[in-house]
Design a protein around this ligand. Sequence first.
Ligand code: FE2
Length: 254
Amino acid sequence: MDITKSKGFLYAGGILLGIGAIKKYQLSRSGSTNLEAKRVKTKSYQYKLPNLPYQFSALQPVVSKETMELHHNKHEQAYVDGMNSTFAALDRVRGKGYDSKARQGMRYSLGQKAAFSVSGAILHELFWKNIKGKGTKPSASLLSQIKTDFGSLDMFMQEFFDTTKPIQGSGWGVLVYSPEICKLIVLPVQNHEDNWIPNAKVLMVIDVWEHAYYLDYQNRRGDYLKKIMNDINWDVVSSRYEQAIRVKPEINFK
Ligand SMILES: [Fe+2]
């Protein structure tokens, strides 16, 4: 006889299921015991700071060796540390369940910290690669797009300068290409994470946080910006552009 098909077994099973449901309800209402048992195992994150792709002195005299050492080893390191601590904290908060107002608030601030630290770390890596390129020029296709959108390379440089220099406090001048509208756009990004366009591809970034120039230029952000813009690595920017125009847009506005 198959015991699982007997009336007694089904009755007992129903009672057990009923007790289980009541217990689950009680635990979800009253305590952390059940939630603790379900705790997500906290992962340890070990994102590491990539090496600078050239010597710390490579940008002299535009940016001093001392500035570059501090910028890479201390400031960018802080964003990488921030990624590790933010995701570890998110795991801890997730593992403790969804029953406390305080944890709901922490999720909001950890979401902000994730945006800040991940954007900061990525922007610095893009930045190191798209500078130190004295003597390079935009590719023919990028130059053609620049002329279409800005009028000329000089007019683009002026627009980039005018958009970036007045950024209040800390930020980045960012050139993006939007596959959705087929245009180059200069964005004055605040901190690391504000003033973005979704789906836009980043072609070139210039750091205008004070830590990027203050030792060498004090409050003269414009002087720093003019000089560093003469050191753009157009080979890298052109290569990013070639990749960006191959991206199939998700939205068609035509
Ligand atoms: Fe920076």
